[in-house]
Design a protein around this ligand. Structure first.
Ligand code: PLP
Length: 392
């Protein structure tokens, strides 16, 4: 077996050298606390504010509209909980979709226990919400809509620009989790027209444990942590400046390379999808082809359990996932696939292939080459055990 093949870039990406080098430089030379008054503190503050400006620039925002967090989960929680609490005097109705990441879903469920009402919008078979259905739910109590731009299991894109337009007419705040979209598609806050966006550094070749939240000027958010006055009092805690610098470097490079990356990954993904469809029968592609990220491919293999597929591929040196990394280890079928109307048994026979910039065509061809035999073996075992189960 050659070098292991990593096709789980939606779970996390390897940090790119430029980001790592920028972090080492910051750790080495700018170790001060950005809240300190002395020269070391001033140097740290300048590095932090330069990074903030650069990050904001990548998404068409103003520097003061970006605050740094510990990652996507914290950004989602701060956005949803913070905006919901701030608007509580106006209403208690939050609208989201059934296919959101657990960082959004579980936060909404916690808010339900605190007296908020949450509508979980259904999606069609491609994983997309219905805009008329959204309009119908917007009663006078609606205060917040949270719909992700790109789904982490299927890559499906939601019509976030239209959602922003619908919400603006009614004065409702919109949050979008762009954790998977960042670095894979153009992101400009003016085009998207939403109020809050969550980012996570480790999904676009930056470091883990650092993220950002875009907060449109004038959007009220109540802090969810209590402490110092960092990040305009919205997110207290000593700033992780090396992490922020590394994440910002990674986002800047991803933004500059976007067109080429999208084309490259899109071609690899279609090569993989076509190769699988041609060599294996009874496979289904989950999520649409058109409204989708260029790097995520989700497929179901009838009568071949996803967990067995994953383990067999792992022994052959190929790392994939059965869905979201946060849900792995659970034997439940994916809530995303179920929401798309896929039967539980078939949903459990699914794999997510998420491609990254380091992947090569030969790796895709290797996978296409070994997968049919693995699927056949698992199906044969499934048929034998089905026959045994059915014996009188
Ligand atoms: N939102 C989405 C769509 C994700 O895919 C993830 C990570 O899997 C998160 C949020 C959580 O981000 P983090 O790992 O930075 O907390």
């Amino acid at each position: 077996m050659g070098k292991p093949i990593y096709l789980d870039n939606s779970a996390t990406t390897p940090i790119r050298n430029e980001a790592l080098e920028a972090m080492i430089d910051t750790y080495t030379n700018v170790f001060g606390n950005s809240s300190s008054v002395h020269a070391f503190g001033q140097a740290a503050r300048k590095t932090l504010e330069d990074a903030r400006e650069e990050f904001a620039d990548c998404i068409g925002a103003e520097a003061e509209e970006v605050i740094f967090t510990s990652g996507g989960t914290e950004s989602d929680n701060l956005a949803i909980r913070g905006a919901a609490m701030a608007a509580r005097n106006k209403g208690n109705h939050i609208i989201t979709s059934g296919t959101e990441h657990h960082a959004v879903l579980h936060c909404c469920q916690a808010l339900e226990r605190e007296g908020f009402r949450v509508t979980y919008l259904p999606v069609d078979s491609g994983g997309i919400i219905d805009l008329d259905g959204l309009r119908d739910t917007l009663d006078e109590h609606a205060i917040l809509i949270s719909i992700m731009l790109a789904n982490n299991e299927t890559g499906t894109l939601q019509p976030v620009e239209e959602i922003g337009r619908i919400a603006r007419e009614r004065g409702i705040i919109v949050h979008s989790d762009v954790v998977q979209a960042a670095g894979k598609m153009p992101l400009d806050v003016k085009d998207l027209g939403v109020d809050l966006l969550s980012f996570s550094g480790h999904k676009f070749y930056g470091p883990k444990g650092v993220g950002a939240l875009y907060i449109r000027k004038g959007t009220d958010v109540i802090p969810q942590l209590h402490g110092g006055r960092h990040e305009r009092g919205l997110r207290p805690g000593t700033m992780n400046i090396p992490g922020i610098v590394g994440m910002t470097r990674a986002l800047k490079l991803a933004t500059e390379e976007l067109e080429g990356t999208r084309k490259y990954l899109g071609e690899l993904k279609e090569r993989l999808a076509a190769g699988i469809m041609e060599s294996i029968d009874r496979v289904h592609r989950n999520g649409g082809i058109e409204h989708s990220l260029p790097n995520i491919l989700n497929m179901s293999f009838e009568d071949a359990d996803g967990e067995s597929l994953l383990l067999n591929l792992d022994t052959m040196g190929v790392a994939v996932s059965t869905g979201s990394a946060c849900a792995s280890g659970s034997t439940e079928p994916s809530h995303v696939l179920l929401a798309m109307g896929i039967q539980p048994r078939l949903a459990q026979c699914s794999l997510r292939f998420s491609l990254g910039r380091a992947n090569r065509r030969e790796e895709i061809d290797y996978l296409i080459n070994i997968l049919p035999e693995i699927v056949k073996r698992i199906r044969d075992v499934a048929y034998v055990s089905m026959r045994v189960d059915n014996q009188p």
